[in-house]
Design a protein around this ligand. Structure first.
Ligand code: A3P
Length: 287
């Protein structure tokens, strides 16, 4: 199937047709954001599923029931996806919601609300590698072709969800003030407990030290891989071919070094640096 059959174009943004439709995007536009909604926003492959594991217990006093009984895509739905309407209207507050949309695609009510946002960024080289493998196993995404071709699409905005740099920059909007908390995938890998503590403070929530330990434990890569509500094993093989690679694939930082040639690395770094140079955004991986 061609890229055009698999994707739809929404206001210049290419989105996978499997999970997005005109109706779902209309629902997004008209969505009534509540002040106590919590959004976890990511460019795809930056830790979305991880957030779907961690946010529910942080928001409900450490209760792990939904993590153990509800698939991640229903537990913390995507605002822009086709399942959103059925799930979000009847979800009790505070609602945890994920989104891959750039800032200016958020619904009008979001901008007037006090809803909080946690933005998770990941080293774009690892994002690109993770995305490349995901495109290989997900039959609803276009064949990624060679790694070099895929990276070209990633850098120049030809892949789904557009450019990583556009996404990251859009969510640095000063209008958000203290409504947004910025964290990185790498910080979560290094010290999940301290990131969770920052999230709790930001959200104005408390859970017991024992409950926090449990959240750290369910959020380890190994335990998430064994959680059938979060490891995508419930998705049929004809949609995600788990023989090619697992959704929870490696869960590390720096796998890009196994994929990028020195030449491709230099090109990637130059393009990203050029696009970020007008900003004051600095990431740990830039050092
Ligand atoms: P890899 O493909 O590099 O392994 P998303 O959920 O945004 O699609 O991101 C998926 C990426 O996050 C995958 O990266 C996946 O393995 C990783 N991931 C998910 N849960 C994780 C965890 N608990 N620890 C480390 N990485 C995790």
């Amino acid at each position: 199937m061609s890229k055009n059959d698999l994707n739809l174009l929404y206001k210049g943004l290419l989105l996978p047709r499997i999970a997005h439709s005109e109706e779902s995007l209309q629902y997004l536009e008209n969505f009534q954001v509540k002040d106590d909604d919590v959004f976890a926003v990511t460019y795809p492959k930056s830790g979305t599923t991880w957030m779907q594991e961690l946010l529910p217990p942080l928001l409900n006093g450490g209760d792990l029931t939904s993590v153990q009984t509800v698939p991640n895509w229903d537990r913390v739905p995507w605002l822009e996806e086709t399942r959103a309407a059925a799930l979000l209207d009847k979800m009790s507050s505070p609602r945890a919601i994920v989104s891959h949309m750039p800032y200016h695609f958020m619904p009008a009510t979001f901008f007037k609300s006090k809803a909080k946002v946690i933005y998770i960024a990941r080293n774009p080289k690892d994002v690109a590698v993770s995305s490349f493998h995901f495109h290989k196993m997900a039959n609803f995404l276009a064949d990624p072709g060679t790694f070099e071709d895929f990276i070209d699409g990633f850098l120049f905005g030809k892949n789904v969800f557009g450019k990583w740099t556009d996404h990251v920059k859009s969510w640095r909007n000063p209008e958000l003030g203290d409504r947004i908390l910025y964290i990185t995938y790498e910080e979560m890998l290094e010290d999940l407990q301290s990131v969770l503590s920052r999230m709790l403070t930001f959200l104005g929530r408390e859970i017991s030290a024992e409950a926090l330990d449990h959240v750290v434990s369910i959020g380890t890569f190994k335990n998430m891989k064994n959680n059938k509500m979060s490891n995508y094993s419930l998705v049929p093989e004809d949609l995600m071919d788990k023989k090619k690679t697992q959704f929870l694939r490696k869960g590390v930082s720096g796998d890009w070094k196994n994929h990028f040639s020195p030449k491709l690395d230099a090109k990637f770094t130059a393009v990203i640096q050029e696009e970020m140079k007008e900003t004051n955004i600095r990431f740990p991986w830039d050092e």
